[in-house]
Design a binder for this molecule. Structure first.
Ligand SMILES: Nc1ncnc2c1ncn2[C@@H]1O[C@H](COP(=O)(O)OP(=O)(O)OP(=O)(O)O)[C@@H](O)[C@H]1O
Ligand SMILES: [Mg+2]
Length: 336
């Protein structure tokens, strides 16, 4: 039995993917789950959020051993195989598979393996490469008996993200409230569907796989609206204009259903509207804490203390909703 993989995905940058993985990993562990967070963005922002520069330097400069995800799969670029990754315990019940800027160089290896994974040639190696992220995530989860795997990715539709998505059972989509987010969302559904279908063809083609493979379900759990991505000077009317167009585009692009356009508040697919947490964000970054765990000693006094309580409630609700939808959702990416 594999452990479920939930990826926060949007090819648009800066919509809060890393921030969500960071805060929700922590909230899931607060709720009693054992969590593995996987940094599959070559920018390694998630890893940098958890670890200070000395620890990062140790991981990246260490001469040997699979101290990062890339190091655990790097033997595949030669004649070797995947190695058992070394995890970092970043909080009780919460482990990180650290990211690595060197991951970017794996893009070419994945691109070459994609066409080679169809046909009658020896499929072992291309499948080993294409499923390597999933294999590492599952190895990590079994080391610590994790209940859930959360994945952070970079903002693009390249070969790395294709391999992350075929490793994903569930996808949640953070969205900003602007024209760029709306246009990006229109491409998102068709891209995910195409990746899912091409992966399924490959699974069907390899009749007797020599090892377990991800199924590439990518079940969409819904979208999360991010108010922080809106320029503060912009009038509320402009925010409403873009936000109110998201439900119809999400249903059309991602779910391919014909739900009549509603506002996000009326749309079950809208998992949350996260507010701009303003000064809590730099406080959290400085103390390397989720914003909902800030204390007066960290500077969260007066109105900030109330904002911390509100943030705890917001992230708890979102985490519970995600768990509920993982259990019950029938949403899929639509027909092939
Ligand atoms: N709810 C929020 N309130 C205020 N600021 C936020 C919030 N969520 C994220 N941010 C800030 O917005 C910026 C972008 O967020 P984040 O790095 O999580 O986005 P991302 O989608 O991972 O970006 P990238 O595509 O570059 O990986 C960061 O500086 C982050 O601290
Ligand atoms: Mg990021």
């Amino acid at each position: 039995m594999s452990v479920p993989v939930l990826t926060f995905f949007n090819n648009k940058g800066g919509v809060g993917k890393t921030s969500l993985v960071y805060h929700l990993s922590s909230m899931f562990s607060e709720l009693g789950l054992k969590v593995v967070a996987v940094d599959l963005d070559a920018q390694a922002n998630l890893t940098a959020a958890y670890l200070d520069e000395d620890k990062l330097e140790n991981l990246w400069e260490q001469q040997s051993g699979p101290t990062t995800l890339y190091r655990a799969i790097e033997p595949l670029t030669r004649v070797g195989d995947i190695e058992e990754p070394s995890l970092v315990e970043v909080a009780p019940q919460l482990h990180l598979v650290p990211g690595d800027v060197a991951l970017a160089s794996f893009e070419d290896t994945l691109s070459e393996a994609w066409p080679a994974s169809m046909g009658d040639n020896n499929l072992y190696r291309p499948f080993r490469i294409l499923s390597s992220f999933w294999q590492i995530a599952q190895m990590a989860a079994s080391q610590v008996e994790a209940d859930i795997i959360l994945v952070d990715v970079g903002p693009n539709l390249g070969a790395i993200n294709r391999s992350v998505l075929i490793a994903s059972d569930y996808v949640a989509i953070p969205l900003g409230a602007d024209l760029f987010s709306l246009q990006g969302l229109k491409n998102l559904g068709p891209t995910l569907r195409s990746w899912r279908n091409l992966w399924k063809k490959r699974l069907d083609n390899w009749k007797s796989p020599a090892f377990e493979l991800p199924q590439g379900r990518m079940n969409p759990l819904g979208y999360i609206l991010q108010q922080h991505s809106v320029r503060l000077s912009r009038p509320v009317k402009a925010y409403d204009k873009w936000v109110n167009r998201m439900p119809a585009v999400y249903h059309d692009s991602v779910l391919q259903d014909s739900t009549i356009a509603v506002t996000p508040a009326e749309d079950v697919e809208c998992l949350a509207t996260l507010k701009h947490y303003r000064s809590l964000i730099p406080m959290g970054q400085e103390t390397r804490k989720p914003i909902f765990k800030l204390t007066p000693a960290d500077g969260a006094i007066g109105s900030h203390a109330q904002a911390v309580v509100d943030a705890y409630r917001d992230f708890k609700q979102l985490a519970e909703k995600l768990l509920e939808r993982m259990k019950t959702t029938k949403s899929s990416l639509g027909t092939p």
